[in-house]
Each structure stands twice: as C-alpha cells, then as structure tokens.
Design a protein around this ligand. Structure first.
Ligand code: A5P
Length: 222
C-alpha cells in the first residue's frame, strides 16, 4: 500500500475550481501534484505556485498552469509534505531541502494542508534533524556557533558536494534529539546573523492528511 499516494491524493479533494494552489515539494506532495495534473486535464481551472524548481518541473510536465508568487495577492490552499508533526500541528520541514520557498508560500496561504504517512505524527519534535537554511558567507563560523550551543550541526551534502538550495544557500541539519520549546528555538536561531530560515513551521498548518495501513484521516488544527 502506497501511503504517500493515499495521503497526497486525499488532500486534492480540498482543491476547488478557481483557486490559487501552492504546490509543495517532496515525495508525498508529488502524488498530490500528479493528481492535480489529472484533474487539470479533466477541466479543473486553477493556477499554481510552486515551492521548488523540482516542483515547477513536475507542474510543467503535467501542464498545470503556474504563476510567479508575486503575481498573486494570496494563495488559497497549499498542499505540502512534512517530516514530523507534533500534537499541536507544529512541524519540521526541509528534509528534501526546500524549506525557505516552502515557508514563504505557506505564510501567504489561507489554508495549509500537510500530507503524511501516520508514522510522522510524533509526540515531540526533534528526532528528525532540524534543517536550517544558512548563508554560504561565513557558514563555518555559523556552524561553530551552532556547535557551541550544542545543536550538533551537520552541513547538508549531496554526494561529496555541499547541497545548494533553490535560493542559492546552504543547509545545516541540527541533530537535537528532541526540542523542548520549538517557538523559543525558532526565535533563538533567527537572531543569529547568517540564519535565513528554520525548518520549524509553527502555527501554520490547518489540516494534516495522515495515511496509515487502516485509514486516511484528516486532522484539523485551526
Ligand atoms: C521539502 O524540502 C520538505 O519540506 C518536504 O516537504 C518534507 O521533507 C517531506 O518530504 P517527503 O514527503 O518526501 O517525506
């Protein structure tokens, strides 16, 4: 059973004619985008905003009409994946490397829906390494700063090369184990010069579509 497909496709039931829809990134959002492509082929009239270059490629492949984010005032609904979700609907994103664009799109969206396999619903955030988008300039200093704070940083690599985000930045993955207070940590990280954005998506999601082997559930948070 393909749980990612079940969750991704279920979320597309919330897409309505005339909407501006944010298309997320990652292997679960992939199935939502594919389904949206099918519906567009059958006549669904929507415009989409992409959260990564890869997603834009998929949208083009399936002839989904896309706009630049600056061409719209707001986005009606964004469907995206997530790496961990806690019981309050706060999450960690960026495992696939797209967090800054994803956060800009999510912050402009009236409704955000995350699509997940049930195993990603956890009690406390932090077992998944927290991705933080950082400036290449001075990144070694920044990594040492993170180490002094016991954040256990690891510079994201792709093979032997440093991973470069769609924004042209680097990613530091913080191996925290657990996060006592995600709001406090988010604030602390953003105060450090060189930190561009964190993978903590707090108070942002409206619905989580979670798929397990028994059921597909829609959890509503706000
Ligand atoms: C992209 O960088 C991420 O934020 C993804 O949305 C997140 O990592 C979930 O990805 P998967 O659905 O591939 O697990």
């Amino acid at each position: 059973m393909n749980l990612k497909k079940l969750a991704g496709e279920k979320a597309v039931e919330f897409v309505e004619n005339g909407m501006v829809v944010g298309l997320g990134s990652g292997t679960t959002a992939y199935y939502a985008i594919q389904k949206i492509g099918e519906k567009v082929r059958e006549g669904l009239k929507i415009k989409c905003i992409c959260t990564s270059f890869h997603t834009r490629d998929l949208a083009d492949k399936w002839n989904i009409p896309c706009l630049d984010i600056d061409e719209v005032d707001q986005i009606d609904l964004t469907i995206d994946g997530v790496d961990e979700v806690d019981p309050d609907g706060n999450g960690i994103k960026g495992g696939g490397g797209a967090l800054l664009l994803e956060k800009i799109v999510a912050s402009r969206s009236v409704q955000n829906i995350w699509v997940v396999e049930e195993r990603k619903l956890i009690k406390q955030l932090g077992a998944f390494p927290l991705p933080v988008e950082i400036m290449p300039f001075g990144h070694q200093h920044l990594l040492r700063n993170f180490t002094r704070r016991n954040y256990h940083p690891e510079l994201r690599k792709k093979g032997n090369e440093v991973y470069i985000t769609d924004g042209g930045h680097f990613l530091a993955d913080l191996h925290l184990g657990y996060i006592e207070d995600p709001f406090q940590l988010d604030m602390e990280l953003k105060k450090i010069p060189g930190v561009l954005e964190t993978g903590l998506f707090l108070n942002m999601v409206n619905k989580v579509v979670s798929a397990s082997h028994d059921k597909v559930e829609v959890l509503t948070f706000r």
